[in-house]
Design a protein around this ligand. Structure first.
Ligand SMILES: Cc1ncc(COP(=O)(O)O)c(C=O)c1O
Length: 408
């Protein structure tokens, strides 16, 4: 066999298998109660609506277009629908401000490619979405901590840190709503502070809105891009790059996401998409547009009801079964609860023990930290938890946590 490692480009050394994805492969066993995979419940997909839309498109006048090459910007009626959707969120824009991507994961890759040179600093929350770290790491940045809740990092100290490491501060990234992995939401004041910080640093701010539609309680908070539009005088003056997706609402399988941003950035991303995959699948964009136009509001309302119940079940089971010394977030939406164990405990060791002795799985928190801290944290996803699994699974998890705690 060839020795490949010395033939790969330097960036390939940063491409490591995702612990979560590797783990998920092992956990696909029927007797395991899993809180690991942060995926939508397939039982809630709008199957019939998709089946109808695909057959109508393929049997009708759009078939040729649906099966043909298309423009890199994306299917215009879908971009028009999205521009109106963004308008409802307080972001006044046109289709010229929207690029369709193959999921928001592709948007993160393109934005990393567009803004990060080797040794540049990417500011990310700690913990943050693992897929963003994977996407950015290919462009060889270093990471510094973005702490919107207030920290002693000033623009000057960020700049100094980046210069010492041989680069510049190049971008900030966060999921302001129901973050993956913590489930937490950044409030209005913190969003304003964050935008101020990015303005002072003069860097782009990537707003990952993957879970935005899944709010189960509390008042909505304006997207950062909406605040940016207000303070800068319109979308084409903004620095916020909003990444949206249909993956958490209608279906991840069609791979339809979007970036909403100032037109000069969109134009550059279009070139990137041309070079990368020409365009996202035409038929999926046409079908997604049909299904979204007819069903988005009712379907997301149904999802909110279903997932809210699951969140509540897991939260109440945690209150019942977790020993003192264990704390967790109470997310207002999304799919995740973030559990902090006592400092001395290790989430990865606990997972091993928990799978072996109690057949319960979750994701250890370390993977979500760019600096590999957070060993005593774990992520629980409630999106697939039915009543019996939530109660039984958390009871078992509580049991193994108590045991490990007692062993000291
Ligand atoms: C925070 C966040 N951003 C982006 C994504 C990527 O989703 P997709 O590429 O399916 O849009 C995910 C998926 O889990 C996510 O959790």
């Amino acid at each position: 066999m060839q020795a490949w490692d010395d033939k790969f480009a330097t960036r390939a050394s940063r491409m490591q298998a995702s612990e979560i994805r590797e783990l998920l492969k092992l956990l696909d066993q029927p007797d395991i109660i899993s809180f690991a995979g942060g995926i939508p419940d397939p039982a809630l997909f709008p199957n019939t609506a998709f089946a109808e839309a695909y057959s109508e498109v393929l049997a009708g006048g759009e078939a040729g277009m649906a099966l043909q090459y298309s423009v890199s910007e994306g299917y215009l009626p879908l971009r028009e629908w999205l521009a109106a959707h963004m308008g409802e969120l307080g972001i006044s824009c046109t289709p010229e401000n929207i690029l369709i991507t193959s999921g928001s994961q592709q948007a993160l890759d393109y934005l990393g490619k567009l803004f990060l040179s080797p040794s540049d600093t990417a500011l990310v929350a700690r913990p943050t979405y693992l897929g963003a770290l994977q996407a950015f790491s290919a462009y060889e940045p270093r990471y510094d901590r973005l702490a919107p809740e207030g920290s002693n990092m000033t623009p000057a100290s960020y700049r100094e840190g980046a210069a010492t490491a041989g680069g510049r501060v190049a971008l900030a990234y966060l999921t302001p709503e129901f973050s993956n992995p913590t489930g937490e939401t950044i409030d209005h004041a913190a969003r304003v502070r964050l935008l101020d910080l990015c303005t002072e640093l003069d860097i782009p701010l990537i707003e990952d809105a993957a879970y935005q539609a899944l709010r189960y309680e509390g008042a909505g908070v304006k997207p950062i891009l909406a605040l940016d539009c207000e303070s800068s005088g319109g979308i084409d003056n903004t620095r916020t790059l909003y990444c949206g997706t249909f993956s958490k609402t209608l279906s991840p399988g069609l791979r339809v996401g979007w970036v909403c941003a100032a037109n000069p950035v969109i134009r550059k991303l279009v070139l990137m998409k041309q070079a990368s995959d020409l365009h996202s699948p035409s038929i999926n964009q046409i079908v997604m547009h049909r299904v979204a136009a007819k069903h988005y509001d009712a379907h997301t309302a149904m999802l909110r009801d279903a997932y809210r119940k699951r969140r509540d079940l897991v939260l109440s089971a945690l209150s019942e079964h977790m020993p003192k010394g264990v704390t967790w977030t109470k997310p207002e939406g999304g799919m995740f609860i973030w559990v902090s164990l006592p400092e001395s405990m290790d989430g990865a060791d606990l997972l091993k023990r928990s799978v072996e002795t109690e057949r319960v799985a979750f994701v250890p928190g370390k993977a979500f930290h760019a600096d590999r801290t957070g060993a005593n944290t774990i992520r629980l996803s409630f999106s697939l938890a039915n009543e019996q699994a939530a109660k039984e699974g958390i009871a078992r998890l509580g049991r193994v946590v108590r045991k490990v705690m007692a062993e000291g």
